[in-house]
Structure formats: C-alpha cells, structure tokens
Design a protein around this ligand. Structure first.
Ligand code: NAP
Length: 308
C-alpha cells in the first residue's frame, strides 16, 4: 500500500529535500500540503493542519516541517487523527514534550519518527563501525556556517525554542551520538548571545564520557566564505575525519567514503518501513545535549545580529 502523505509547513527544507525525496521513494506519495503561504500546483492545499484534518482528505501520514516551537500541538492533532507522523529535527521545542507523543502514538497504533537527517549521511555508519573497534583518544567537532546564507529571514530560529546556532549544531550532535560507542555528557558550555537576540550565535562545549574522553564542540554562525561541518576523531589507528556534514570520511587524509547526499531519500525509506508496522523511532539524545548546553551555559553577550 502506498502511504499518502501530507507535508505541513512548506518552507525551505520541505521544498529542498522532502518534496524531491518523496517523489523518488517507493511506497509513499505526496497527497496534500498544509501551509499558510505556500502550495504546490495540482495538490490539495490547506492553510494549516487543523483544516487538513477537518477536510477528510485521504492521508495516512504527515511530515511536520514547521519550526519546532509550534510542533507539539500539530503533532498531537496528527496522532489523535490516527496519522503516522514524521517530525523534522529537532523533534520539539523542549525535551519533555516528546514522551507524551510517544505514548499517544502507541495508543493510536501509528508510527512516530523523530528524524535526524545527518545520521543518514554516508560516512556515519562506516565511522560508527570503525570506532566500535578502535581506541578513541579525542573528538573535535567544528560546525560553522553563515547564518545569513543558510537561514535567511527565519525569525523563529532566533526566538526561544528556535535553538539559534544549535539548529545546525544539533546535526553534529546527532552524528556524534550515533558513532561513539559510549554515551557522552556535557561538562562546560559557553554561549554567545547577540545583544538583540534570544538565541545563541555561537557555542563552545566540552563533553566527556565514562572513560574521560575529551570531546570538544565549536558551533558558530558567523563563518563566511564557505561552511565547515567537520568531526575529527583522534584514534590509535590515525585521525578519522567526517567532513562536509558526513558526506566524506577519511583516515589520516586517505579517503574512505566520498558519496553524494542521499539523507532524505533514506529517511523516507525508513518512514515507509516504520509505518508498515506502526513502529516508533525516537531518540532524544541530541536534543537532551542541547538542553544541557542551555542548562550549564555561561552566557556571553556579543554584538547585535542584524540581518542585512
Ligand atoms: P522555514 O523555511 O522557515 O519553513 C518552515 C515553514 O513552516 C514556513 O515556511 C511556514 O510556512 C511554516 N510555519 C508554520 N508556522 C510557522 C511559524 N510560526 N513561523 C514560521 N513558519 C511557520 O524553515 P526550514 O528551514 O524549512 O526549517 C523547518 C524545520 O526543518 C526546522 O525544524 C529546521 O531545523 C529543520 N531543517 C531545516 C534545514 C534547512 O537547511 N533549512 C535542514 C534540515 C532540517 P507557511 O508560512 O506557508 O505556513
């Protein structure tokens, strides 16, 4: 059976990735769009999820691609209506709002998939396998990009719950939590807040694990002239580097993986698989680390961020 899916929130990621990936994936088709200001020619359109659900349009599943702050009420509405539900990352604006969604999905017998797209980057699984059998000495995450290039006009991202620089940084955390053999935890967090914004523009974090492994993460939105999305792992067998957000993997500079992006196609294949049995795939660890970064965060005020 083909899953008839509606996208809610037709913004940048829905257009760039969800729409083309759904078109390429067997077992799922785009059946409707709910978005206040955007639509797709030829598809049923509704202003929001409530109008979509009230319409009786035949959809089996919903992908929530709206900002995290408003997601919880939308997710509850989708699950109450018995729809399989895919959540863009981060799954919500708080950690604690997600568990009730898991309970509701179970009650309704539908799938809940909290996606972490970076975990589907081609270097991630080979890196996990390598590190499972190697002594790890240190980890250094550099996740730096130009907010003006990647998040133009996104007011929500600077508001509470929008995560600021953790919106991209959580992608790095989703990879590291997938490839390291032991759980990590935060020890220090320094956050730089523009004086006119409610969310940080940069973060410098120190994590460790039960063995005392040093794990440093630097997130910065003020990078210009290209982005740096790298994770370096010093090991007993050499320096393992995941570059370009996990598209490339190298050991001491020798290439091991170099493949094009196929993250969202893999996400939709997984969603089709989960929906077939009403299974749940929710891992909150990346969001938990972001919450910890705010909890332990020492706040530094830096110059105002002005978009233009
Ligand atoms: P976006 O371009 O701002 O799109 C979100 C869409 O949601 C908007 O176009 C808007 O469409 C709708 N919306 C509903 N309520 C809204 C509200 N209160 N404020 C603003 N928009 C609202 O954002 P995005 O970049 O696609 O990001 C959406 C989610 O995907 C975020 O959680 C983000 O972390 C994640 N994500 C983004 C990227 C990326 O590269 N941009 C990559 C991976 C994941 P209408 O106005 O038509 O309702």
């Amino acid at each position: 059976m083909t899953l008839r899916l509606a996208i809610v929130g037709l913004g940048k990621i829905a257009r760039d990735q969800h729409v083309p990936s759904i078109a390429k994936t067997e077992g799922v088709e785009l059946a409707a769009v709910a978005s206040r200001n955007a639509s797709i020619d030829g598809l049923p359109h509704f202003p929001d999820i409530d109008a979509l659900l009230a319409s009786g349009e035949a959809v089996d599943a919903i992908a929530l691609c709206t900002p995290p702050q408003g997601r919880h009420a939308q997710a509850v509405a989708a699950l109450q209506a018995g729809k399989h539900l895919l959540l863009e990352k981060p799954p919500g604006a708080s950690v604690s709002e997600i568990e009730p969604l898991v309970t509701l999905a179970r009650e309704k017998g539908v799938s809940l998939f909290a996606t972490w797209h970076s975990r589907y980057a081609p270097a991630v699984e080979p890196a996990r396998a390598f590190l499972a059998e190697t002594e790890i000495r240190s980890v250094h995450i550099e996740w730096k990009e130009d907010v003006r290039k990647w998040h133009p006009g996104q007011a929500w991202i600077w508001e509470p719950g929008g995560l600021g620089v953790f919106d991209p940084g959580i992608n790095a955390l989703s990879i590291v939590t997938a490839i390291l053999p032991s759980p990590m935890f935060l020890r220090r967090s320094d956050l730089q807040f523009p004086e006119n914004r409610a969310a940080p523009i940069a973060a410098d974090l120190e994590f460790t694990d039960a063995s005392g492994l040093p794990i440093r993460a630097e997130f910065d939105w003020r990078e210009t002239g290209g982005e740096t999305w790298n994770i370096h792992v010093e090991t007993a067998r050499g320096k393992l580097t995941l570059a370009e957000g996990g598209k490339k993997l190298s050991l001491d500079g020798r290439s091991m993986v170099d493949e094009p992006d196929a993250e969202y196609a893999a996400i939709y294949r997984r969603f089709v698989e989960l929906a077939a049995t009403g299974a749940i795939d929710v891992d909150l660890s990346p969001l938990q680390h972001v919450a910890d970064a705010f909890l332990l965060g020492r706040r530094h005020v830096v110059e105002a961020f002005v978009e233009d």
